[in-house]
Design a binder for this molecule. Structure first.
Ligand code: ZN
Ligand code: ZN
Ligand code: ZN
Ligand code: ZN
Length: 213
């Protein structure tokens, strides 16, 4: 092969390689551009704008003056969220949900006459001021309200909420700890949470020793 032919071949190869690199770079740029600041709480992958995601939040509830159910975020002593909202990729949330369903399939629902909400999974009662999680399917959108041009995410819900009782949240946490903070109603142990012992007086579990609740 003459050296001219060889350099032509090399040139052709380089151009093709360059094109591929350009394409990759563009793809990466597009990827970065659509990346939100949030990551999936289950697997740690970046969440993209307009991707189907699930928002989980911890609430308590009470019966409002017009018989409506009012949700209140659980706050710490400083008035901040005691549990930050968590975001999950739809697939990760779905697999966690499937695992939960199989873990509780033999658990009979625990009803209560003062039920305010029903757990979407175990069908047990959730009463006033008991903590639970809501999960909404939706999308993260760019919110442009920041004056310094940095983008933050807002969540747009596109479904009615699923409701998860504390007991089910604890089952789910065996699979994946979504919150770093301990989940409990009054600082009780997990067994007491599952038994919802605060509904009755006189639980003799040692976890209440020295506590006033
Ligand atoms: Zn994930
Ligand atoms: Zn439940
Ligand atoms: Zn206990
Ligand atoms: Zn107890």
């Amino acid at each position: 092969m003459g050296s001219d032919a060889l350099s032509l071949l090399l040139h052709g190869y380089r151009t093709q390689q360059q094109e591929e690199e350009d394409e990759e770079e563009l793809q990466e740029l597009a990827d970065d551009w659509s990346k939100s600041a949030e990551v999936c709480s289950a697997c740690g992958d970046a969440l993209h704008y307009t991707e189907e995601v699930v928002q989980l939040q911890i609430f308590m509830s009470y019966r409002g003056p017009n018989n409506e159910v009012v949700l209140v975020p659980v706050q710490d002593d400083e008035g901040d969220f005691a549990y930050e909202p968590q975001y999950l990729e739809f697939d990760c949330w779905e697999s966690l949900t499937e695992d939960l369903k199989s873990m509780i399939e033999d658990e009979p629902p625990v009803g209560h006459p003062r039920e305010l909400l029903e757990c979407s999974y175990c069908k047990s009662s959730i009463c006033e001021w008991e903590i639970f999680a809501t999960s909404y399917v939706g999308e993260l959108h760019v919110s442009r309200r920041c004056p310094d041009n940095t983008s933050t995410s807002t969540f747009a819900a596109m479904s009615t909420p699923y409701v998860t009782c504390l007991s089910c949240l604890l089952f789910q946490s065996y699979e994946c700890d979504l919150w770093t903070e301990e989940l409990s109603q009054t600082g009780e142990c997990e067994e007491c949470s599952h038994a919802r012992c605060w509904r009755a007086q006189g639980c003799s579990c040692p976890c209440h020793a020295g506590r006033s609740d």
